[in-house]
Ligand binder design. Sequence first.
Ligand code: ZN
Length: 231
Amino acid sequence: MSLPSHHPGDTLLIDYAGGALCEGASLVVATHMAFCPCCRRMVGEMEAVGGALLDDLEPDSVSPDCLDALLARIDRDESLRPPPCRPALQPPAPQRPAHTPTTAARPIIPEPLRGYLGGGLEGKRWRFLQPGMAVIDLRTGSSAVTRLVRMKGGVAAPQHTHGDIELTVVLEGGFSDELGSFQPGDIAIGDPSIEHRPVADPEGCLCLSATIGGLRLTGPIGRILNRFMDF
Ligand SMILES: [Zn+2]
């Protein structure tokens, strides 16, 4: 399996390492990290640097500016700075003969997501959302709506924008939207400035998403559906 090419970025990883993300957003970032050794290493280094710097501080010197001071020190000191996230160079994947069975029917559910699901997907009830699209809602506190989303090949989610942040990580298959093409492990970040319409790849798509601040359907039909449907 190739490594992800869409990453959370420094700000989200720093918030994750510092425990500043809500539970649903943390679960999406942690699921991305299960696919991404680069982001795992960066978070490990951030946690080590943060712990070492906090150990150096006197208790009464910790102020609201502490994070700014930490980031400034990381900027100044090259040895403290994690390397930028780049896809590792890999040899081209061998061509698979058309008749060879694949493992595409077996979704990849890494920890800690597996713990939230109580295991794999076997026997889980999916809730219908629209033709070709179903969800399993996860309990992650009230700050985010966190769910597994399954889309059949070629199905399009309604065009929408975001009340705040939407984080989506692909578990299996893939989708494309105005921002690019997303494959297993890739994380897509939506915000109020982004309006998009994700379309599942021909083999379908299984994703984990956390939505903070809700979604707002756009386009003439979406504006009507907003009143009736729970996206
Ligand atoms: Zn990454």
